[in-house]
Design a protein around this ligand. Structure first.
Ligand code: CTP
Ligand code: CA
Length: 231
């Protein structure tokens, strides 16, 4: 075993990872969803398992992805289901990674029957906020537990991608934020990703543009370094 492989080992570490997009039901056949493929979360699970971790992957809707070898898979639909599953799994996890694309809002009411188009113009869809799972996990954090969040930002006229990322890291209170620059075909449904790893001590490590497996490796390198520090 090479010394750097030992240094990066996740042997004996239980990691909980969320991946994919949530689906918020409108009626028995319709939902509000998003374009998340789940590829980044699955790559994180695969690399963690390869490094010896016990991995629980909580997956919402994803592209047709193979479950990585040795990974326990839990399937969820809505944000509320994802929240319940993550709280359960996080209670026993050393590291928690929220890579899922959680719907910010869900329909206020779920119609038990299919909504029909008869009767003139449709009613607007009333929405309510979903719980912020990452914030909840941070407040329920066990001693020594490391929590990683994700952010996909575009930046705009007034605020850069990095500034949005810094503000999000503060707001969420997590130990690491994986910040991705999106837009112009970046990140979503793509094989490649680019961004930074932000931490509350102010460190901002660029993640070189590359496959999502490489991003996953960068995340686990940073996590391992922090786990070793805190021991
Ligand atoms: N997240 C979460 N629960 C939510 C929304 C987001 O746990 N209801 C998590 C995501 O999994 C991700 C991080 O929070 O790890 C950032 O998600 P993002 O959508 O960028 O943050 P929001 O707080 O929803 O802010 P925005 O208005 O930019 O969407
Ligand atoms: Ca959001």
């Amino acid at each position: 075993v090479r010394p750097d492989a030992l240094k990066r080992s996740l042997e004996g570490v239980h990691v909980a990872i969320s991946a994919g997009g949530t689906r918020e039901a409108l009626d028995p056949v319709r939902f509000i969803g998003n374009r998340s493929s789940g590829k980044q979360g699955y790559a994180l699970a695969r690399v963690a398992a390869q490094r010896g971790a016990r991995v629980t992957l909580v997956a919402g809707n994803t592209a047709d992805l193979a479950t990585p070898a040795g990974v326990d898979l839990v399937r969820v639909g809505s944000a509320v289901e994802l929240r319940d599953a993550m709280h359960k799994v996080a209670a026993d996890a050393d590291v928690v990674v929220m890579a899922a694309a959680v719907a910010d809002f869900r329909p206020v009411s779920l119609t038990g029957h299919k909504i029909k188009k008869t009767g003139g113009d449709p009613d607007p869809i009333a929405l309510t906020k979903n719980p912020d799972i990452l914030v909840e996990l941070v407040s329920a954090r066990r001693t020594g537990q490391l929590i990683v969040g994700f952010a996909a930002e575009t930046g705009d006229e007034t605020t850069s991608v990095l500034d949005y990322g810094r503000a999000k890291l503060r707001r969420k209170g997590c130990d690491l934020l994986v910040l991705n620059a999106v837009g112009d075909g970046k990140a979503f449904e793509q094989e490649d990703n680019a961004g930074w790893l932000l931490s509350p001590d102010g460190s901002e490590t660029p993640i070189p543009h590359g496959p999502k497996t490489q991003v996953a490796s960068a995340v686990w390198d940073a996590v391992t370094a922090r786990l070793t520090e805190s021991q």
